[in-house]
Design a protein around this ligand. Sequence first.
Ligand SMILES: Nc1ncnc2c1ncn2[C@@H]1O[C@H](COP(=O)(O)OP(=O)(O)OP(=O)(O)OP(=O)(O)OC[C@H]2O[C@@H](n3cnc4c(N)ncnc43)[C@H](O)[C@@H]2O)[C@@H](O)[C@H]1O
Length: 146
Amino acid sequence: MSNRLASGIILFRKVLGSIEYLLLQTSYGINHWTPPKGHLDDGEDFLTAAIRETREEAGLEFNEDYALLSNECTVESNYVIDDKIPKRVVYWIAEMKNADREIKLSDEHIKYGWFRLNDACDIVQYEEMKKVLIKADAFIINRIKH
Ligand SMILES: Nc1ncnc2c1ncn2[C@@H]1O[C@H](COP(=O)(O)OP(=O)(O)OP(=O)(O)OP(=O)(O)OC[C@H]2O[C@@H](n3cnc4c(N)ncnc43)[C@H](O)[C@@H]2O)[C@@H](O)[C@H]1O
């Protein structure tokens, strides 16, 4: 079976010296939490889909509201849905330009929150997603230091 392809953006903001990640809680299924992300439309590339999904799911505009840490650096998540369907999700990492910017949810989500790494890892449930957040965090901290 071919992979389901999706992409998204791991958005972070700096508040009082701490890094916080944006997570959205789905309005369907088991109401799991993820960064803004979604499936690629036909013919769409990963980055275009990530930017579109972030606009649709969080109301945030690329460049206006957030900046990518790097165009090249991505973190990938690979898992199998219900032991049947392999899925690949490619995430870019981006910093909010204004930490207080309003988040506008679509009907795909019921809640959002900004979480420090430990709290984000607790809330996302899936080990695969925790690893993605930990990798993104290491990348951000490395960038901030240099
Ligand atoms: N159960 C449902 N009921 C009604 N509408 C639904 C629905 N599932 C999807 N939809 C519809 O699909 C649309 C979403 O499409 P998109 O917005 O395009 O895509 P997505 O975020 O990648 O979708 P999804 O939530 O399905 O993906 P995820 O991999 O996180 O999640 C897919 C599955 O994988 C599981 N999962 C997520 N991350 C995982 C991980 N790391 N490891 C193992 N399983 C994981 C999730 O719990 C979930 O069961 C929504 O408009 C919604 O209407």
